[in-house]
Design a protein around this ligand. Structure first.
Ligand code: NAI
Length: 699
């Protein structure tokens, strides 16, 4: 049963009962209206309480119904709320724990609301690219006041019930319960106390005005515009709330509906909902059931206190898990510890971290030079030099000292995890944990599943990823895993574009306008151009047939490695990250072009974007086909969380689906005709060709 119905004396209690968060799916909605009817028909009932079972009043829409016709099927939420408003007997919402989205809209439709302290109250629809669609934008400003309501609607952020109750003149809560435990009893008493009061109060009848409305809405518009680049929903939220102050209630409701429907069909809204689902899907591994037992992880060891080791350690310290770092020399340990300290101190200075939290975290950190000190750790993450010989030594030592059942993880970005596992007598306990730099900041964690990695090891690592607030995505073993394998193709296209007539600046600007955080050349300068150089040198012998532009090598031969040397594709001023175009680099590219006998042509921004993005898409299709990624949405998460792909485009696969795979393939066929490009690469991956031919999509 999605709701429970009980009668306590003169009060009927309807309890939402749709775990985990009492989502307002169709069955629940129907059950609410049925029970309202029942209560109204029962002469013994004088008042009705609506509340939620378990750990929520209601979290809002049922995500299982997302995008399905059921979400809007009758009785839709608007109809349920109308039924409540029209109830002849008073309806009291008894709110606790979580009251969000449609849950809050439902409560706002009730005649009275009583809330427990500690309840998270929000209208988070904006985070899914929407405005609230069941009266939230019209009723919340009436109940809470325009400014507080607009703030909640535009940000989507939760606010605690006790804070809301303190807002002068608020009509959101008629009463605060003393505690979550006493809510049920207090709600019954409250319902009895108002059971004869008439007329029944309705939020829709409250006035909704702002003293300086025009100026206030103009201010918020200016502010939100700058912060919501690419996303239409936040500005629409302002329009909707403004309508609440200027139009009659029913007209405001119709306007809200119109905005809601338009946003549902916008590509940005679709992208955000895709990401919402993709994030949840990423933690599900097809052949690892969600009830797979997990290993207990209470203490971590990190090998190597360099750039990555320090950042990795911080993730665990932040989560309250003790970390022991091992290095070869005391100086390296001291340097690593000092960097961690410096990072935390910067946060304390900015007021982002409390001093006592900082002390707590540093107290969880210890260091050692001896492997024998690691025997108590439940998991070890190796982040030493990227050389197989070094990894071999380390993993043999770990195999010797680590306790049975400990998880042995490597942060390698290019090496074969199966080979690393084979250095030990326990390959089932070995897994890749590929963090991104800076490891304490970047959200992405690629979890590399070796041939022999045990299922419970994977399940444990995914859970740990969540605990340290990463988006963990599983990748099979291949060169570059999901993310770097794709970026190599993107980088190669960047090189061809230079050869054909572009400047680094033109390429970067075009893709940044598309929404990428950074174009390929600014990114190269940030990561260090020498890294790509080293990979290419390997490729020249491994894959002699693979075509590359030579410009990046010429750049590196000049020692222009990027920000760290103050010069790369661009020039940099010490202490600043602004990329300043350099005439010498442009001349170097022109000279190289001449030496190849190429007459430069004007490449359109559209072509730049298509070549860069579709190169990712085609490689991704291979990755999907080979089973390196188990679903297209995982690839989207990798690019959104680790590579600055624009959020409002939902990732490369979602974007390709939006463009239409037929169109993507047509463009690839066109690029294959370009003699300066790589015709072999642009042959659409078989999976892509098949989906395009069948008018299907990746997701
Ligand atoms: P790094 O050079 O900054 O740090 C490596 C540290 O390991 C040094 O402090 C070194 O003293 C220590 N070390 C070397 N051999 C050791 C041994 N046998 N025992 C104990 N400590 C030893 O290198 P970085 O950048 O931190 O990279 C480490 C690993 O992380 C590599 O496998 C790299 O491919 C991977 N990685 C690097 C990323 C990056 O952006 N820098 C991103 C993702 C992965």
């Amino acid at each position: 049963m999605t709701t429970l119905y009980e009668v306590h004396g003169p009060v009927a209690v309807i309890t939402l009962n749709n775990p985990p968060v009492n989502g307002l799916g169709q069955a629940t909605r129907l059950s609410i209206t049925d029970n309202l009817q029942k209560a109204n028909a029962d002469a013994a009932v004088k008042a009705i309480v609506i509340t939620g079972a378990g750990k929520a009043f209601s979290g809002g829409a049922d995500i299982k119904e997302f995008g399905s016709p059921k979400a809007l099927a009758e009785p839709n939420l608007l109809s349920v709320i109308r039924t409540i408003e029209n109830s002849a007997k008073p309806v009291v919402a008894a709110i606790h724990s979580v009251c969000m989205g449609g849950g809050l809209e439902l409560a706002l439709g009730c005649h009275y609301r009583i809330a427990a302290p500690g309840c998270s109250v929000a209208l988070p629809e904006v985070k899914l690219g929407l405005v609230p669609g069941a009266g939230g934008t019209q009723r919340l400003p009436r109940a809470l006041g325009v400014e507080a309501a607009l703030n909640m609607i535009v940000s989507g952020e939760p606010v605690k019930s006790e804070l809301l109750a303190q807002i002068p003149g608020q009509k959101l809560f008629d009463k605060m319960a003393a505690s979550p435990e006493s809510l049920a009893q207090e709600a019954l008493a409250f319902a009895q106390s108002i059971s004869d009061t008439r007329p029944l109060p309705l939020v829709r009848n409250l006035p909704c005005k702002h003293r300086n409305g025009d100026a206030y809405f103009q201010f918020t518009r200016n502010m939100v515009k700058g912060m919501s680049k690419g996303f239409p929903a936040p500005l629409k939220c302002i329009e909707a709330v403004e309508a609440a102050t200027k139009r009659k209630f029913e007209e405001g409701m119709a306007f809200e509906r119109e905005l809601f429907i338009n946003l549902i069909w916008s590509p940005e809204g679709r992208a955000l909902r895709h990401i919402f689902m993709a994030e949840r899907a990423a933690s599900k591994i097809p052949d690892v059931p969600s009830d797979t037992p997990k290993r207990d992880i209470k203490a971590i060891a990190v090998i190597g206190a360099g750039t990555m080791g320090g950042g990795i350690a911080m993730n665990f310290l932040n989560a309250g898990i003790p970390v022991k770092m091992l290095e070869m020399k005391q100086e390296a340990l001291d340097r690593g510890t000092a960097t961690i300290r410096k990072n935390y101190e910067a946060q304390v200075k900015k007021g982002k971290l409390k001093q006592e939290k900082y002390d707590e975290r540093m107290a969880l950190l210890s260091t050692t030079l001896s492997y024998d000190d690691l025997k108590d750790a439940d998991m070890v993450i190796e982040a030493v030099f990227e050389e197989m010989g070094v990894k071999e030594k380390v993993f043999k030592e770990l195999d010797r000292v680590m306790k049975p059942g400990a998880i042995l993880a490597s942060n390698t970005s290019t090496l074969d995890v199966n080979q690393i596992a084979a250095f030990t007598k326990r390959p089932q306990d070995v897994v890749g944990m590929h963090f991104f730099s800076p490891a304490n900041v970047m959200k992405l964690l690629e979890v590399i599943r070796g041939e022999k990695t045990a299922k419970d090891v994977l399940a444990t690592v995914m859970a740990i990823g969540k605990k340290i607030k990463k988006t963990a995505v599983v990748s099979g073993v291949c060169d570059g895993f999901i993310g770097n394998r794709m970026i190599e193709q993107y980088g190669r296209q960047g090189g061809f574009l230079l050869d054909e007539g572009c400047t680094p600046e033109q390429v970067d600007k075009a893709i940044e306008k598309f929404g990428f955080a950074m174009g390929p050349f600014r990114m190269g300068d940030l990561a260090g151009n020498d890294i790509g150089w080293a990979i290419r040198k390997r490729r020249y012998t491994e894959k002699p047939d693979m075509k590359y532009s030579k410009t990046a090598d010429l750049l590196c031969e000049k020692g222009r490695f990027g920000q760290k040397t103050g010069a790369g594709w661009y020039d940099y001023v010490a202490g600043k990250r602004d990329a300043i175009p350099n005439a010498e680099v442009v001349k170097m590219i022109e000279d190289h072009r001449k030496s190849l006998g190429i007459t430069p042509r004007k490449v359109s921004d559209e072509e730049i974007v298509q070549r860069l993005v579709y190169s990712l898409v085609n490689e991704a299709a291979h990755i999907l086909e080979e089973g390196i990624a188990s679903k297209a949405s995982d690839i989207d998460m990798v690019y959104l969380m680790g590579y600055g792909f624009p959020i409002y485009r939902g990732g490369p696969m979602n974007y390709a689906d939006e463009v239409g795979l037929f169109n993507v393939v047509q463009a690839m066929n066109r690029f294959a005709q370009n003699p300066l490009d790589d015709a072999q690469f642009w042959k659409p991956a078989p999976l892509l060709a098949k989906l395009a031919a069948e008018s299907r999509t990746f997701n």
